[in-house]
Design a protein around this ligand. Sequence first.
Ligand SMILES: Cc1ncc(COP(=O)(O)O)c(C=O)c1O
Length: 428
Amino acid sequence: MRDISIKDDIVLGMKLSAFGKKITTKSGISVLMDDLGAALAAGSDMVMLGGGNPAHIPRIEGVLRDCMNRALADPGRFERMVGDYDPPTGNAKFVSAVANLLKKHFGWPITSNNICLTNGSQTAFFALFNMFAGRFEDGSRKKILLPLAPEYIGYTDVGLTEDLFVAYKPEIEILPDHLFKYRVDFDAIRITEEIGAICVSRPTNPTGNVLTNCELNKLADLAGAHNIPLIIDNAYGAPFPDIIFTDADPIYNDNTIVCMSLSKLGLPAARTGIVVASKEIIAAMAEFNAVMSLAPGGLGAAMVTDLFASGKIIEISRDVIHPYYQEKAQMTVDLLRSKLDGIDFHIHKPEGAFFLWLWFPGLTVSSQTLYEVLKDNGVLVVPGHYFFPGLDDDWNHKQQCIRLNYAGDEAAVAKGIDILASQIQRLC
Ligand SMILES: Cc1ncc(COP(=O)(O)O)c(C=O)c1O
């Protein structure tokens, strides 16, 4: 199916609406997902360092399997899990367990009325971005401000209107041992009438950056002062899945919208996103769910309710998931340092998530060409230029970076890095 392309706004001779055209235009993300899917389906020995899949961590898989077995063993529970629609805010027991957990763990002043589930957090971003930006009834247009590009590729195409984002180049701090760190350039940021909300992923996909407490508080103050929400994408953050390696304090207030997910702890197939926000925004999200899908899918929520109610999710995130990725990050950075010796390269300081963001200042080809060379030689990565939604600037840095997912099998990651090292010699 995926090789059928929709030309302009015509499907089988029938004309598509502006929405139809926008949503069916091949996006960067769909081309990459196709490459990934094709390699997986062909069972090829392509080394997959490209996608956003979390690792298969045996201890976590064991915990999830136990959750499912318990649900199956409990008379009536499985039947309720699969046989009933949840309310538009999602499975009430799970929502209550999440509210209690966040209240207890972080001291956030929230109840179940502050939480709504969505079909993956990706769906929450679609709803939120289009609620706060786009075309307004008075004819004005607003955008989502991304204070630090590079940012998550998945935001790029969710706008119902064009030009939904405005993003800012970061300040770059060069660190010892081939590391660097991006910082928000607050002198550059302008919050005009045109801005409907601010959004950051923290930890950031693709870079592994974690905005400092100071940066996040400043953004929250800016959002508050302009009466617009600060959307914090916490897909990799605390307290679950806790793939965050710095002392970063989470924040929540009436003006923030915190988006979480069950995906990165090992349940991407459950498609469960969690939005924490003011009661008013949660009511709006519930309306969105009702219209788009009647109710968010409830299987993932029902499966892990006990893990959240007991607080065990915090323990396994802290004691299993967090160290698993932190060790892998360190090992992969060490390997890159030794294999790329002699090359001019920098790695963004890995502070969270499960990607390494590599910067080759002397790269003589575009990041897309590097991607294709690597694909032809048996390794899939993600070319860096896709990660700059809202930054139209012709900045050559965009063409000098790639993202590697280091969550997979150790031997495969090492093989992929060998291939990268041999090709990059020629191209830098
Ligand atoms: C930063 C970030 N936010 C959101 C998502 C969406 O995750 P999901 O829709 O599975 O919850 C991802 C997935 O890769 C991500 O990396």
